[in-house]
Design a protein around this ligand. Structure first.
Ligand code: TRP
Length: 451
């Protein structure tokens, strides 16, 4: 009954591919700015707790669903229970929301690469440089389009093998460079305060929003609650240890996010002071802080070029797999060939991404819930859709197909030691918690329009 489905050659192949999907702008750009904004150490602590509980449970679930059914997201839910076909479709919506704004950030990364290549590092250290750039009508749109053309180009031409190989070589460089920058930034005068802010939990900063932000970040960073890991699981061999693989992917992704925070947050304290304003910069944090770090070091231009090149690579590989997902959803749904589906996805990305980019400048009057368009799409996917998908997945596993189904799939390899923990989590703790957090945060966001 099982069709010939391509498989990862071994466990390492699976772990690398899943980690490759997981490591991207989420780790390098998004995690540090959230940690800075939501209280540093307390955010880190909440994130780590969620990673070993929710992250673990959800990733085990998704990969098992994929490996069991040998189907990707739409088919997987449907095969196990007809009534849950809609959940596959809901999960598919998430990459449609994420990819356009992900590509807008990708465009910013290309811009910064060109800034360093053309020797304008000094200018980029100015606080207004970044805002001056993103509020322009044309330039950021052009960089966004370049990023999308590169991404869709690769998807159409299918040179994925080459890109994947290149990213496997470049990833280690990125990690080494991030580690080096983290050490450099810790050693700056005034940085220690930032290290303390980042590592020492201050419970007065704790709120439900911290938890929701950390949870959304967890899903985003580990590519969960959108069916990606179901697809990856469907390519995994039965003899590869599922539980161990999940742990490794999680540890890897979390380690990189942690390092990125250590690279950026102490630098914020050293170069901009630890004021709430400096820490609350949001999406622009990486672009405002890092040029200052580079400028303060010898050979800063070269280090800057290397850094943004590597970030661009991490962003491209993630964007390529996101776009690949969109193209396969469209071609499965409408039965179109690859080129036609790619063209449709390309037009879609432009149609949504261009307004997101303009939302920082001439279209800033479009401000749903008082947020910029980028923040709004980010909120919609990470704080609304993903928690809903995660909640329904827990209900699906906990009460319809039953936790046994997942436990058996994990036990194909060896006894699942944490099975009691797993069962309690999917059936009770996770769903209750997800609903509470979601309701609270959405109420808060809606409250923002009234204020
Ligand atoms: N996890 C990626 C990151 O941290 C972003 C992402 C989310 C992603 N979903 C994905 C990447 C699906 C590839 C495929 O940046």
């Amino acid at each position: 009954m099982e069709k010939k489905r391509s498989k990862f050659s071994d466990k390492l192949g699976f772990v690398l591919a899943a980690a490759g999907s997981a490591v991207g702008l989420g780790n390098l750009w998004r995690f540090p700015y959230l940690a800075a904004k939501y209280g540093g150490g307390i955010f880190l602590l909440v994130y780590l707790i969620l990673a070993v509980t929710f992250g673990f449970v959800l990733m085990i679930t998704e990969i098992s669903l994929g490996r069991k059914t040998r189907l990707s997201v739409i088919g997987a839910y449907q095969k196990l229970d007809k009534r849950f076909g809609f959940l596959g479709i809901l999960a598919c919506l998430v990459p449609f929301v994420i990819t356009p704004y992900y590509s807008v950030i990708g465009g910013w990364v290309i811009k910064y690469l060109t800034v360093f290549v053309t020797g304008q590092m000094q200018a980029a250290t100015n606080d207004d440089f970044f805002t001056g750039f993103i509020t322009q009508p044309l330039a950021p749109v052009i960089f966004f389009i370049i990023f999308v053309v590169m991404t869709v180009g690769v998807v159409v031409l299918g040179v994925q093998g080459g890109i994947e190989k290149a990213s496997r070589i470049m990833m280690p460089f990125l990690i080494v460079l991030t580690l080096f920058l983290a050490i450099f930034s810790i050693m700056q005068p005034g940085a220690m305060e930032g290290v303390i802010y980042y590592l020492k939990p201050d419970f007065s900063h704790f709120s439900a929003t911290t938890v929701l932000a950390a949870l959304g970040q967890l899903f985003y960073s580990m590519s969960l609650a959108m069916g990606i890991m179901i697809t990856y699981g469907s390519y995994m061999k039965k003899e590869n240890d599922l539980e161990a693989s999940v742990r490794q992917v999680e540890a890897f992704d979390t380690a990189i996010a942690f390092l990125a925070g250590l690279m950026i947050i102490p630098a914020v304290f050293a170069f901009s002071g630890g004021s709430e304003e400096a820490l609350g910069k949001g999406p622009s944090l990486m672009f405002i802080t890092l040029p200052k770090v580079f400028n303060s070091m010898g050979l800063g231009t070269i280090v800057g070029i290397a850094f943004f090149l590597l970030v661009l690579f991490a962003a491209l590989t993630s964007a390529i797999s996101l776009t690949e997902t969109l193209v396969s959803i469209v071609s499965d749904k409408f039965g179109w060939e690859r080129r036609k589906s790619s063209l449709v996805v390309f037009v879609y990305l432009l149609a949504v991404g261009i307004p997101v980019s303009l939302g920082f400048g001439i279209w800033s009057f479009i401000a749903p819930l008082g947020m910029s368009l980028l923040d709004f799409f980010d909120f919609l996917s990470n704080s609304v859709l993903m928690p809903i998908v995660a909640f329904l997945t827990c209900i699906f596993v906990g009460y319809f197909i039953k936790p046994r189904t997942i436990i058996e799939e994990v036990e194909v390899n060896r006894p699942f030691k944490l099975q009691n923990f797993y069962t309690v989590m999917v059936k009770f703790i996770a769903p209750v918690f997800l609903v509470a957090i979601l309701v609270f945060a959405v109420m808060e966001a809606l409250g923002m329009i009234v204020v």
